[in-house]
Design a protein around this ligand. Sequence first.
Ligand SMILES: NC(=O)c1ccc[n+]([C@@H]2O[C@H](COP(=O)([O-])OP(=O)(O)OC[C@H]3O[C@@H](n4cnc5c(N)ncnc54)[C@H](OP(=O)(O)O)[C@@H]3O)[C@@H](O)[C@H]2O)c1
Length: 294
Amino acid sequence: MNIPTKKFINGFELPVYGLGTWQMGGRWEADYSNDEIEKIAIQTAIDKGIIHIDTAESYGDGHSEELIGEVLKSNDRKKLFISSKVSANNQGYDELIKSCNDSLKRLGTDYIDLYMLHRYPLPGTPIEETMRAMNYLVSKGKVRNIGVCNMSINRLKEVQKHTEYPIVCNQVHYSLVCREIVDKGVLEYCQDNGIAIVAWGPLQKGELEESDMLKELAGKYNKTQYQIAINWLISQKNVVTIPKTTHTEHLDENLGALGWTLEEGDIKILTEKFPGQKLVSERVPLDYEADVEV
Ligand SMILES: NC(=O)c1ccc[n+]([C@@H]2O[C@H](COP(=O)([O-])OP(=O)(O)OC[C@H]3O[C@@H](n4cnc5c(N)ncnc54)[C@H](OP(=O)(O)O)[C@@H]3O)[C@@H](O)[C@H]2O)c1
């Protein structure tokens, strides 16, 4: 399947759908028990046309990156787009460069397409220092693009002050339920400045299934509720998404969200009237300090 892309600042381009890998290879510690299933899931995603694979040094304490590295060995690296993240506690100049080198080693590649601050640096590490390291990594060709995660407008502006290269994305919790980035103006700021919103947690596991509004729209379009939820996200300016799945049937279902569009009126209803909207992420709110995902 040819996954459509969106273009952002300086011609930066991302497919509307990529693969998330949080909990592949473990949560905060490495878990090797599902390695084979997870490598197959990553390979299957690639075979089905997914090129953007999202990971982080903290996922499974690096094991998520190792799994991707294993899969990369039998694929054409140049055709893939790998994004990873440096944790908040590794954002001093030397630590950040070491983190990136360690990620490169685990991924078995000599560049990362998109390297993001997983959080804003911890107090005590000036953002100037963090961004000096990020700038250095781009200048050395180890990182192709710089992005951030979970940042409010104020922090995003602070980061932008110290980067020599454009901040191409803000990876944030955004779904039919979680509207924090709309409420805090982050979506609009990113849309106005050519910054990609990479929506994580798009499926809001356990909360979308019971929605009568989604059930009704699923019936109208002959789609599933998750397909409606994903289509609603990617129908919005500058928004792309990275659902995680290790199941081929789930992947097929999710990819069925592409290639068609909800009518304007239905997008408006979902945007304005979807019940149970939350204005703060229950998992990682904007500007959250610690490296914790739930
Ligand atoms: N920057 C950050 O701070 C941050 C925070 C959180 C996440 N992320 C990134 O964003 C990615 C996506 O977020 P997420 O993984 O938290 O949430 P998600 O993609 O919304 O949900 C993943 C969950 O949904 C299940 N699932 C996927 N497709 C399904 C389907 N069609 N039917 C039923 N269940 C389905 C998956 O299980 P199966 O595997 O069993 O299908 C998994 O349990 C992460 O993997 C990670 O790469 C970034």
